[in-house]
Design a protein around this ligand. Structure first.
Ligand SMILES: Nc1ncnc2c1ncn2[C@@H]1O[C@H](COP(=O)(O)OP(=O)(O)OP(=O)(O)O)[C@@H](O)[C@H]1O
Length: 341
C-alpha cells in the first residue's frame, strides 16, 4: 500500500449525507448488503487504505445469481461527497466502472468493479509477487489509456472535470491489463467543456506530494494543465521506475521531476531509465516519450501540452517502437543508443 502524503485538505463542515445521489444511474445498496459482501468489513479483505478511504475486496451476487468481485470503498465521513455523482456519469473504457453506492447515517460507501491486476504503482515498484517487470510497450499502452481517460474528463463531458490526484496507485489494471483511472475523490468540476474560456478554478489546494502542479500549489489556481503536470510525473515514473518523491536523507527530499530535468540538462538522461528497460526502448520512441514527459512537467501551465496532444504524442511513440521492433534484425534483442541532447 502506498504511503499517502496529501498536501493539505480543507474539510467541509461535518454535513449530513446528502440524498441527491443518483439512484436512477446506479444501484443503491444497503449497509447490510455491504457487511455481507465484506464479511463485516473483515481486515483480511482490506486491499488498501488511502488518505480518504479504506478499500475492501468484496463479493456480490448479481441479477443472474453469479458472484462478482467488487472493490468496496468506505469513504471517511468528513470527506466531500462528490465521487459518486461524478463517477456514475462516466462512460469510458478507461475509467473504473462504478457499480453502486451505499449511503447510511454513518457511512458513505462506493462499489466499483474489482481490478484484478491491482494498480500501476505495484507493478512499477515490484509490490506484487505475481508478475515480472512490465515490458516497455505495455507501459506505453497503459500511459495512452490513462491519457484517453484524462482527455475524456477534460473535454468529453458537459463540464470539464479536473482529476487532481493522478498517480500510479489510482491507475488500475483489469484482467486484460487495460488501464482504468480511478479515485475521483478529489476531482473538481470546471466550466462547460465547450466554453473557449480559459479553465481556471480557484480552489483549496489538495493533492499528493510529488505530483501536484507547482503553480496550483503556489496560487490555488487549478487548471486542466494541473492534471497534465501530474500525468507527466507518472510518465517519468514509468520510464525511470522511480517514485515521484523520496527521502534520500533525514532532511533531504528528492523529487523525480527535479532529478530527471537535471539529468536531461547534463545529458545523462539515458542513465535514468529503469534498469529492466535498458536496451528495450527504440531511440526514436525514447526521444518522443521523453519530450512529452518533460513538456508535461514544465513549470508554467501555459507551456505544457493539452492532454489531447499528449495522447497523440504517446500513440506516435508506440507506433515508432512497434516499427523499430518489426525492423529489428533477428537475434538482436537490445537497442544500442547514445542519447544526443
Ligand atoms: N476498483 C478497484 N479494484 C482494485 N483495487 C482498487 C480499486 N480501487 C482502489 N483500489 C486499491 O485500493 C487502494 C486504496 O485506494 P485509495 O484510492 O483509497 O487510496 P490511494 O490511491 O492509495 O491514496 P489516495 O487516498 O491518495 O487516493 C489502492 O491500492 C488502490 O489501488
Amino acid at each position: 500500500m502506498e504511503g499517502v502524503s496529501k498536501l493539505f485538505r480543507t474539510f467541509g463542515k461535518r454535513a449530513k449525507p446528502s440524498s441527491t445521489l443518483p439512484e436512477e444511474l446506479c444501484r443503491r445498496f444497503s449497509l447490510a448488503e455491504m457487511k455481507i459482501a465484506t464479511n463485516n468489513f473483515d481486515d483480511k479483505l482490506l486491499i488498501g487504505q488511502g488518505g480518504s478511504a479504506k478499500v475492501y475486496k468484496g463479493l456480490l451476487i448479481d441479477d443472474c445469481s453469479c458472484t462478482i468481485n467488487v472493490a468496496i470503498k468506505c469513504v471517511t465521513f468528513d470527506w466531500p461527497r462528490t465521487e459518486a455523482p461524478l463517477a456514475c456519469q462516466l462512460h469510458h473504457p478507461n475509467h473504473v466502472p462504478l457499480i453502486g453506492y451505499c449511503l447510511d447515517d454513518q457511512q458513505m460507501i462506493l462499489v466499483y468493479e474489482f481490478m484484478v491486476n491491482g494498480n500501476l504503482g505495484d507493478h512499477l515498484y515490484g509490490n506484487t509477487n505475481h508478475h515480472g517487470p512490465l515490458p516497455w510497450k505495455q507501459r506505453l499502452q497503459i500511459c495512452i489509456e490513462v491519457a484517453r481517460a484524462l482527455h475524456y474528463l477534460h473535454t468529453g463531458l458537459k463540464h470539464t472535470i479536473i482529476h487532481r490526484n493522478v498517480k500510479p496507485s489510482n491507475i488500475l489494471l483489469d484482467e486484460k491489463w487495460e488501464a482504468k483511472l480511478g479515485d475521483l475523490g478529489l476531482s473538481k468540476l470546471g466550466p462547460s467543456s465547450l466554453s473557449k474560456a480559459l479553465i481556471k478554478i480557484e480552489s483549496e489546494v489538495v493533492g499528493t506530494y510529488g505530483y501536484a502542479d507547482p503553480g496550483y500549489v503556489a496560487t490555488g489556481e487549478l487548471t486542466d494543465k494541473s492534471d497534465v503536470y501530474s500525468f507527466g510525473v507518472v510518465l517519468l515514473e514509468v520510464l525511470c521506475g522511480r517514485k515521484a518523491f523520496q527521502r534520500s536523507g533525514v532532511e533531504e527530499h528528492q523529487y523525480l521531476v527535479d532529478w530527471a530535468q537535471k539529468c536531461k540538462r547534463e545529458g545523462t538522461i539515458n542513465k535514468t531509465i529503469d534498469p529492466c528497460l535498458m536496451g528495450k526502448i527504440a531511440p526514436e520512441c525514447f526521444k518522443i516519450y521523453l519530450d512529452i514527459a518533460t513538456s508535461c512537467v514544465r513549470n508554467e501551465g501555459n507551456d505544457r501540452p493539452t492532454i489531447g496532444e499528449v495522447e497523440v504524442g504517446l500513440e506516435h511513440a508506440l507506433q515508432l517502437q512497434q516499427s523499430a521492433d518489426a525492423e529489428r534484425k533477428d537475434g538482436v534483442d537490445q537497442y544500442n543508443y547514445t542519447i544526443v541532447e
